[in-house]
Design a protein around this ligand. Structure first.
Ligand code: HEM
Length: 441
């Protein structure tokens, strides 16, 4: 067995393996593990594109150094909480934009494509956090360079599947690879412009007031002034961080509202919890969420049903590893099917139904109280897990609270049944139209 490791696909207990981070499958094993290029959303940009280093693409020691720098001010819950005001500012504009759209619809409450709205919200939010600059995604008329940037993100995503899976020799013959690189190039130029602006700002502060007068305002400022990340590192890392932070939260929020609109009794219970903590007219704060278990359960259940990254993989590059009694040589690629694992009926009874209450301890029969800790791992695990987890959770909690506080959300009649499709990340197979019915305060 040790000499001839079996292929993963033939293992009888493949699901077990996916849920086995204990024992040898620990953080140390992952320290310099790599994602396989092209296996998920972090495809290779290769030659011809920008060659800056980035948090998504680099491997081994180079990645580890960058990741250590970026972890600070993003991953610790208390640090992420510092972004509450910035996020609430963006949410305020989102609520205004949503209201305008409702008012312009025939029924006065209809929004035909909520994922589209959440996409612009998430982009504005993550840009504001990373670059400390509002880029106007939620304005009635979007500024020209923001529009070009948004179009490039679309271009990059639309072509990423072809760019990743078509053989290399097709790249000069078919248009996809060129379009994919063009998309990335515009994304990186946009990021570079924002970083240059920030550097000029810091420079001006230093010249007028000296180091003690330089006011460390946000994430980019912190990174550039901490000495851990050069401007060149930042140019490589931040645009990809930005990409990772948009369709992830926007799709999760879309699925959450879709299911809440289909389950009015769950929505009513959530509304009760929300207004109990944050009465109408008040703006939620980080500390409120410690007392909002149902809100957290709704998001957990949404991510269990729709893990944004449904399939992920690792290559353990530096040593052989034993998992579940099988010995795998170094450089083995492990593929994790999170979508399948988090719908396992042995762990989650009635796995395809939306039941946030399964995450509430008091509702669980004793046998299930100790739910498998790796039954659902939507943000990944270990040193290479999601860098934006804390920000994503906060952003989704803040926005969902405001929406449920203010509106009763109902499915628009044209929407019907929605299923998921994997477009690298899991997305709805059609537009999700919703009605936002104003609640009486
Ligand atoms: C619902 C929201 C989100 C989900 C479900 C999610 C999920 C994930 C997953 C599964 C991974 C791969 C982890 C692994 O391989 O073990 C990942 C990586 C990553 N995520 Fe997220 N993510 C979300 C939001 C965000 C946000 C808002 C940001 C940025 C602000 C972000 C930034 C990143 C980055 C930079 C990586 C790559 C980390 C590295 O390779 O070092 N994510 N995310």
């Amino acid at each position: 067995m040790a000499n001839r490791p079996p292929r993963l696909g033939r293992l009888p207990g493949c699901r077990e393996l996916c849920r086995t981070p204990a024992g040898n499958w620990d953080q140390a094993s992952f320290k310099f593990s790599s994602r396989v290029r092209g296996s998920a959303r972090w495809g290779s940009r290769g030659r011809g594109g920008h060659r800056q280093r980035s948090v998504g693409l680099p491997q081994g020691h180079q990645w580890y150094r960058l990741r250590q720098a970026l972890n600070q001010r993003l991953l610790k819950p208390a640090e992420a909480a510092l972004y509450t005001d910035a996020l609430n500012e963006v949410i305020e504009d989102f609520m205004t934009r949503l209201n305008q759209q409702r008012a312009e619809s025939a029924s006065g409450d209809h929004v035909p494509d909520i994922a589209h709205n959440f996409y612009f919200f998430a982009l504005e939010a993550v840009c504001y956090i990373l670059f400390e600059k509002r880029i106007g995604c939620l304005e009635r008329s979007i500024p020209q360079d923001t529009e070009t940037f948004v179009r490039s993100v679309g271009l990059m995503f639309q072509n990423s599947l072809y760019a990743t899976f078509l053989p290399k020799w097709t790249r000069s013959l078919l248009p996809f690879w060129r379009r994919y690189l063009d998309g990335w190039n515009t994304i990186f130029s946009f990021g570079k412009k924002l970083i240059d602006q920030k550097l000029e700002e810091i420079e001006a502060q230093l010249q007028t007031g000296g180091p003690e007068k330089a006011h460390i305002s946000g994430y980019l400022h912190f990174l550039l002034t901490s000495g851990q990340l050069s401007p060149r590192d930042a140019e490589g890392s931040l645009p990809e961080l930005l990409m990772a932070g948009v369709d992830t939260t926007s799709n999760t929020l879309t699925w959450a509202l879709y299911h809440l609109s289909k389950n009015p009794e769950i929505q009513a219970a959530l509304h009760e919890e929300v207004v109990g903590m944050v009465p109408a007219g008040q703006v939620p704060q980080y500390k409120d969420f410690a007392h909002m278990p149902l809100l957290k359960a709704v998001l957990k259940e949404t991510l269990r049903l729709y893990p944004v990254v449904p399939v992920n993989s690792r290559v353990i590059v530096d040593k052989e590893i034993e998992v579940g009694g099988f010995l795998f040589p170094k450089n083995t690629q492990f593929v994790f099917c999170h979508y399948v694992v988090s719908r396992d009926p042995r762990i989650f009874p009635e796995p395809d139904s939306f039941q946030p209450q399964r995450w509430l301890r008091k509702n669980q029969p004793d046998a299930l109280r100790a739910q498998h800790p790796f039954g659902s791992v939507p943000f990944g695990y270990g040193v290479r897990a999601c860098l934006g987890r804390r920000v994503a959770e906060l952003e989704m909690q803040l926005l969902l609270t405001r929406l449920i506080q203010q509106y009763e959300v109902a499915l628009a009649p044209e929407t019907g049944e929605v299923t998921s499709v994997a477009r690298i990340v899991l997305v709805p197979n059609k537009k999700v139209g919703l009605r936002f019915l104003q609640r009486q305060s």
